[in-house]
Design a protein around this ligand. Structure first.
Ligand code: HEC
Length: 158
């Protein structure tokens, strides 16, 4: 007899359809994430994580008043690596008319980190701390403008 089995199959088909629909829904943001559908971390994230570690190391050096160490770390922040050309194009393509602002935040970070290095070389603790705060403010300013839109665009995060 086939009939008793039928309702079961229909129920199974309905469950499968529902599962597929929800899978499709969860894929939607991924599909929207332009040029990065795999959500593989982009090079920019690795660079940012390194900046984060260097800022932590600099803060630690400041706490210990180890100015030589701070002077060694600061250039790693100022001259942080850049994403490869292809990724850079995608980044600038995304920021579009805001590219100027995006670049300025990066330059501010660079300049503040340079001041940090010079102050540390002089062993001028107060100037080191002021420059460190300027670096951190430049990080913050860029994040406030670009981080969320960036994550939404490239990683489909809402
Ligand atoms: C010109 C813009 C800009 C500047 C300047 C900038 N960032 Fe970022 N940062 C971003 C963007 C965009 C993201 C999101 C990228 C991502 O998560 O893939 C980000 C993400 C991060 C993250 C999170 C990474 C993760 O694993 O989720 C850290 C940490 C970070 N930045 C540290 C810093 C520090 C420290 C500085 C300053 C020394 C800095 N950033 C300066 C644009 C900037």
């Amino acid at each position: 007899m086939q009939h008793p089995a039928m309702p079961k199959n229909i129920a199974a088909a309905a469950i499968l359809a529902a599962a597929m629909a929800s899978a499709a829904a969860s894929l939607a943001p991924q599909a929207r994430a332009e040029g990065n559908a795999s959500k593989e971390p982009m090079e920019l994230r690795r660079i940012m994580q390194e900046l984060g570690r260097n800022m932590q190391a600099a803060a630690d050096g400041i706490s210990r008043e180890e100015w030589v160490r701070v002077a060694e770390i600061a250039p790693r922040i100022a001259e942080h690596p850049q994403p490869p050309l292809g990724e850079k194009k995608r980044l600038l393509g995304f920021v579009g008319s805001e590219a100027g602002r995006f670049r300025r935040f990066d330059q501010q970070t660079h300049q503040a980190a340079k001041s940090l290095e010079q102050a540390a070389r002089r062993g001028d603790g107060e100037a080191v701390i002021a420059a460190f705060a300027s670096v951190q403010n430049a990080c913050l300013a860029c994040h406030q403008s670009f981080r969320k839109p960036f994550l939404e665009h490239f990683y489909g995060q809402r």
